[in-house]
Ligand binder design. Sequence first.
Ligand code: ADP
Ligand code: MG
Length: 245
Amino acid sequence: MSLFQVEGLVKRFGALLATDHVNLGVDAGEIHALIGPNGAGKSTLVNLISGLFAADAGRVLLDGQDLTRLPMHDRVRAGLSRCFQITSIFREATVRDNLLLAAQAHAGSSFGMLRDRRHERPLADTAQALAERVGLAAEQHRVAGTLPHGAQRKLDVALALAANPKLLLLDEPMAGMGPEDSERMTELIHTLKRDMAILLIEHDMKAVFALADRISVLVYGKVLVSGSVEAIRGNPQVQAVYLGT
Ligand code: ADP
Ligand code: MG
């Protein structure tokens, strides 16, 4: 059985079946990429998995635990963390304060603990480790909103990592990036694979082909086909509906 599984997941928006009985698994140590045209239902699926949307039917399972009815914060506690496309960053705060806040949020601490100086060190260590992990150690005193786009995306990843996830959900981490930043983000995601499983939604096919152990193609809310990079690249159906070649 996979580390992570989605079974028969359904989401309707009025008459639109945005998620049509989706089955999907991510194994431990695997990067499973989800691709598909705009409006295919990729973000909806991420929102169902993270708990932002309630599913109309189906189940979300992580490490044997049924997360389907849990609110978002309990899913995070269970080991499921997502990137929020920069919106989770406090733009007026420094990189370091963003990381300290994230570290504190996941330390199971109370306000009492914040006042207790004995606990400052571990949080600071965690913030430092997160900054180093994503390559922002030298930028820690900069105000987050003034960072270049690529660095803001890295900070967003660092905030998701603060929860120490078993499964990381990445919804278009390369969006809006030039080739150089995409390359760096690809390297970063590759290093994360050592410690967590990843569900990667991405349009940048160079990144997908470089990173994915498995690719699933979503079309009209349904998984059209799943397979290795080679299988997906060579699939004429995929080429017709998605790659446009
Ligand atoms: P993708 O991320 O693959 O581009 P989305 O999951 O954003 O696709 O959208 C899938 C479909 O669901 C689209 O037709 C979109 O218009 C619709 N949709 C997404 N979110 C909502 C919502 N909150 N309310 C109504 N329709 C939505
Ligand atoms: Mg989307």
